[in-house]
Design a protein around this ligand. Structure first.
Ligand code: GLU
Length: 553
């Protein structure tokens, strides 16, 4: 028995299984050629960042477009950062946007799939088995350095002007004799398990990143920690063991991990695993005073995915917007395939932007307006109700008190060739329909077009009351407004007015604005004729009279 074997037996007396056992338990997946296995692997901090949703969606699309598997793994090895039941927040955050997984963690203490456990805190035995193997092969060793001792090493390195870290001649315990290890362990001294790096500072590692292209980085020479004093693995080691045993083919993750790739490739190699492919995603950026910066959890409410749920963005709008950030050819595709479901888009990891995509709420609003514009009134009502039930109970009660009326309201300018595109999120709906509900309506008649005097406005409204008929359809309605123009000194012809504005008091558009303001207290609304039909004759005449009297003073 070599000293390494003895050392491994000493450190891991509890390990019963062999790496071969695990290889057999988690066999190759036997998927079709080209099928990709991807994962989203967040730490359970209870908060899903829009960048996390983006990464998860990209990983899902990578799997889905190749007939592969997308799974959720919870990386809870850092107990200090963890919040209570942080898992549910992440699972809900993903589910709210339809980023569903084929396997992995599905909720608090719940999971599905044959490659689990999918929560790192439940994989202790597995990590220890592979740590033992590395120790047996002389590629890992215990390090008993205390925090003070590591500090002293760092100070010495500062003085010598060399890179900090535990490596080479500074790696004090790297060659500790077995007898010394035995003595310290017998004494119960705490230790971490470190990688015994064989890296050469003069050499480079090369790998092909699917997003970033050809990469060349210095070889890792650090004896990084594999297992902490409590036997829990570090991210690096857990990533290597998990992505191998879960048969991940493509690691899609944030580009803050690029500098760790040399360590990871070394770990895959030392463990005897084939390394997965890497696709490193640039973070989502924001323009702040002309400077590009990362979206920040602290400064930007829109960094949390819960923001989009609370504001009432439809999930398909958020995904659609994320796709515009992910693949620059998405918008062309969308123009050519207006009605196609997102899943039909031929997503390509290689087309991801190398530097961070800019997040733009105004653009999201435009995308969302388009998405909502093609929804049926029924769908809009269902979605608004689902949102309001959670975030605006009064509005929910108002809509459900007369569902038919709500549906008629939401049907205005919907379903035709040129559907209304004014709603970007459900939280805007109460304001958009306010003039149709007494509880929400606030009168404001002080919005006349500049060229219309209050006296003229009163005259317009009174003339209109005389011709108004609640049964008029849209064209009858408009013809009546036109017919009022000339007697009042206006022209029914907008062009004519533009040619010589001094010849008239205004044009037919000004008349309809006066009526619109009287009826809705808005200068801009969907089809006014339809709105008036919903309000009914009595209410319309009341409002027209009230406004006319107001203008008369
Ligand atoms: N737990 C790591 C993180 O949250 C995951 C990185 C990875 O996807 O490998 O950043």
């Amino acid at each position: 028995m070599t000293d390494y074997m003895k050392l491994a037996a000493l450190l891991f007396p509890d390990v019963e299984k062999t790496p071969e056992d695990y290889e057999a338990m988690y066999p190759e997946r036997g998927l079709a050629e080209g099928a990709r296995v991807t994962r989203f692997a967040p730490s359970p901090t209870g908060f899903l960042h829009i960048g996390g949703l983006f990464a998860a969606y990209v990983a899902k699309l990578t799997a889905d477009t190749t007939g592969g598997v997308f799974y959720l793994r919870i990386e809870d090895t850092d107990k200090k950062r963890e919040v209570e039941d942080g898992v549910s927040g992440i699972v809900k955050g993903l589910a709210d946007f339809g980023v569903t997984m084929d396997e992995g963690v599905t909720g608090f203490e719940q999971e599905t799939g044959d490659y689990g456990p999918y929560q790192q805190s439940k994989r202790r035995d597995i990590y220890r088995c592979f740590a033992k193997k590395l120790t047996e092969e002389g590629l890992a060793y215990p390090c008993f350095c205390t925090a003070e001792e590591l500090d002293a090493i760092r100070k010495q390195q500062e003085e010598e002007g060399v890179n900090p870290g535990y490596y080479g001649k500074y790696a004090r315990d790297r060659e500790m004799p077995l007898a010394e290890v035995e003595r310290r362990i017998a004494e119960g001294q705490p230790y971490v398990l470190r990688l015994k790096s064989q890296g050469d500072p003069e050499k480079k590692v090369r790998y092909q990143d699917i997003i970033k292209g050809k990469m060349e980085l210095p070889e890792n020479i650090m004896d990084i920690v594999l297992l902490k004093t409590d036997g829990i693995p570090t991210y690096h080691f857990a990533h290597c063991v998990d992505d191998h045993l879960m048969r991940t083919t493509h690691v899609v993750r944030g580009d803050e991990w690029i500098s760790s790739v040399p360590v990871h490739l070394q770990l895959f190699q030392y463990c005897g695993f084939r390394a997965p492919k890497f696709a490193h995603i640039a973070p989502i950026m924001k323009l702040d005073d002309g400077n590009k910066r990362k979206l920040s959890k602290r400064k930007d409410p829109e960094a949390a995915v819960s923001y989009y749920v609370e504001e009432g963005y439809p999930k398909e709008a958020v995904l659609e917007y994320l796709l515009t950030l992910a693949n620059s050819n998405f918008e062309d595709w969308r123009r050519a395939n207006k009605e196609a479901p997102l899943a039909d888009f031929p997503f390509n990891l290689k087309k991801m932007s190398v530097s961070g995509a800019l997040f733009d709420l105004a653009k999201l609003n435009d995308v969302s307006k388009n998405v909502i514009s093609v929804m049926s009134a029924e769908t809009v009502l269902d979605r608004v109700l689902t949102w309001a039930e959670e975030y605006d109970r009064d509005f929910y009660d108002l809509l459900t008190a007369d569902r038919d009326k709500a549906l008629r309201i939401l049907s205005v300018d919907r379903g035709g060739k040129k559907p209304r595109k004014d709603i970007a999120k459900w939280s805007e709906v109460p304001d958009f329909v306010a003039y149709l509900y007494d509880d929400l309506y606030t009168e404001n008649f002080d919005q006349l077009p500049e060229n219309v005097t209050p006296a003229d406005a009163a005259a317009i409204l009174e003339a209109y009351i005389d011709v108004y008929d609640e049964n008029d359809d849209q064209s009858e309605w408009f013809n009546k407004v036109k017919s009022l123009c000339e007697p009042l000194g206006y022209t029914p012809n907008v062009k004519e007015w533009k040619q010589d504005p001094t010849a008239f008091k205004g044009h037919v558009g000004h008349l309809s604005t006066v009526i619109r303001v009287a009826i809705t207290s808005r200068t801009n609304t969907p089809d006014l004729c339809a709105i008036m039909q919903i309000l009914g004759k009595e209410e319309c005449v009341n409002r027209l009279r009230k406004a006319a009297n107001y203008y008369k003073g």
